[in-house]
Write a protein that binds this ligand. Structure first.
Ligand code: ADP
Ligand code: MG
Length: 501
């Protein structure tokens, strides 16, 4: 199907999320929409799928203008969408999930079910999806669950498939498989709109790349465009994608995990006898697909989650099950995964947030009296050095964009004396330019002799930063490898294929 968007504008209040966007997807084309977090990609896709109504502009399908009142109408016109977050019912079978939702008035009767199974088998075969219609969704690996989403999107004769950041939760092998599926769909004539902010992926699979920034189309380019050029289009200035890392002499143990066991919120073992040592002057990157125990492990190290057994040692001192405050005072710098919940006090000013962990220490307090000028000086200095975009240091943390909130936390944690530094998803939500800056700061911390533990589900980040890479799968470390290891080998470990130890 030929899909033409003409001057689509979508506002939320006074904010323009899509600003007169025009683009055309040809039949059988894989058209990638590349843009930073917040660029307006999902908004545009939701407009195409009938979930949002544009304030201006039109959509033409095979030359005919259409106007959708809801997504049901978009589906009937041959559009299928796989959302950023999965929308499957875990306890239902694949077939039940595929039938569900489109015809809410009908119950899941036998007829629907058999028809769905036949359709799934047929689509599965045609596009190499390889999904068992009778499998219960929650028993399937994430990569297969996503295929179910794709099947569901295709099951109404979709001729345009929208995939909104479909690779965020996949291993490298699952990403390769997904790209294979996209190629065979396109070869059979399905048009594909593929949304991502990852440069490698667009270059691997796109026929055309449209870059959007701040709600506007910046350019449409070919997949031969280099990664640095794509990054520059995305961000609006040239950026360095690699982190310069000199060899540093590695010292003694900085942060050590000894046989640590931690349970998740449901009481299940999430961290299963993990041992890992981070030495002074070393970055250990903990890789893994989200949800394999990394979050629980980071929380346990920071004192935010109970350690059931084992030991956590910071600079030679046992910090197991100490309070978060005590652990920070012992010298753990910590950038938490959930910055709203654990990293900031949103109602407080930026300057107060920048001294959140050292409010009673010199130079910010003397003999119990707060030194407001020292707090303000510190804030001005960090705002400038970390390029925190704000109207002023007295503005509340809640007034900042997500990326700038993250910079406040990183700036604060790196500006006090540390024994070790731990960051969970340190650059999630940051633009490429800010990622460059934060990565350089992390490397500087390592060069200054601190042990650094980075927990990241972005393989690019893991490879860019890690001196050693530990891979976590199902609560265990499946391997610790050096940074020259291939993406494929790390991918295998991420899928649990490594040796256990
Ligand atoms: N329902 C909404 N109400 C207000 N603002 C929104 C809404 N949805 C998205 N936005 C804003 O629009 C911008 C673009 O968001 P989005 O389309 O989700 O970006 P992307 O998918 O490129 O990351 C963001 O600044 C976001 O905060
Ligand atoms: Mg999005």
């Amino acid at each position: 199907m030929r899909v033409e968007l003409r001057e689509i504008t979508k506002r939320f209040g006074s904010f323009t999320a899509n600003d007169s966007i025009s683009l055309t997807v040809e039949p059988g084309q894989i058209h990638c929409l590349l843009g930073e977090n917040g660029a307006g990609k999902s908004t545009l896709m939701n407009v195409v799928f009938g979930l949002l109504h544009p304030d201006h502009g039109e959509i033409l399908l095979d030359g005919e203008p259409v106007r959708f009142a809801n997504s049901g109408e978009a589906v009937r016109r041959g559009i299928g969408m796989v959302h950023q977050h999965f929308m499957l019912v875990p306890v239902f079978s694949v077939a039940e999930n595929v039938v569900l939702g489109f015809e809410p008035t009908k119950s899941l009767n036998r007829l629907d079910h058999d028809k769905a199974r036949r359709e799934i088998r047929e689509l599965s075969e045609r596009y190499g999806l390889d999904v068992d219609p009778d499998a219960v969704v929650e028993t399937l690996p994430v990569g297969i669950q996503q295929r179910v989403e794709i099947l569901k999107a295709l099951s109404h004769d979709a001729r345009l498939l929208i995939l909104d950041e479909p690779t965020a939760v996949l291993t490298p092998q699952e990403i390769d498989a997904l790209m294979g599926i996209m190629r065979s769909l396109a070869a059979a004539g399905t048009s594909i709109l593929f949304i991502t902010h990852k440069l490698k992926e667009v270059r691997a699979v796109a026929d055309v790349i449209t870059v959007i920034r701040q709600g506007r189309v910046i350019d449409s380019v070919s997949p031969e465009t280099s990664e640095p050029d794509l990054a520059a289009l995305m961000v609006g200035r040239s950026v360095s994608l690699t982190v310069a890392k000199d060899a540093v002499e590695v010292g003694g143990s900085s942060l050590e995990l000894r046989d640590v066991v931690v349970r998740d919120d449901r009481g299940l073992v999430a961290v299963d006898h993990v041992s890992l040592s981070v030495r002074e002057g070393e970055i250990v990157a903990l890789a893994g697909v989200q949800g394999n125990g990394q979050t629980e492990l980071a929380e346990a190290i920071a004192g935010m989650r109970h350690v059931e057994s084992g030991q956590i040692v910071l600079g030679g001192r046992d910090i197991t099950n100490r309070s978060p405050r005590e652990i920070l005072d012992e010298g753990l710098g910590h950038v938490p995964e959930d910055r709203h919940r654990d990293g900031l006090v949103l109602s407080m000013s930026i300057s107060d947030n920048l001294v959140l962990n050292t409010p009673r220490r010199a130079p910010f307090a003397r003999r119990g009296t707060r030194q407001l000028s020292a707090v303000a000086d510190n804030a001005r200095d960090l705002v400038q050095r970390f390029d925190i975009r704000t109207t002023g240091i007295d503005a509340s943390a809640s007034s900042l964009s997500g990326g700038n909130q993250q910079k406040v936390i990183v700036a604060r944690e790196l500006s006090r004396p540390l024994v070790a530094f731990m960051a969970s998803q340190p650059t999630r939500g940051l633009d490429v330019g800010s990622i460059e800056y934060v990565h350089r700061q992390i490397v500087a911390e390592r060069n200054a002799g601190r042990g650094v533990l980075i927990i990241s589900s972005e393989l690019d980040e893991v490879l860019a930063l890690g001196d050693r890479i530990a891979v976590m799968y199902a609560g265990r470390i499946t391997g610790v490898v050096d940074s020259s290891t291939s993406r494929e080998d790390i991918g295998l470990l991420m899928a649990g294929a490594g040796r256990e130890h």
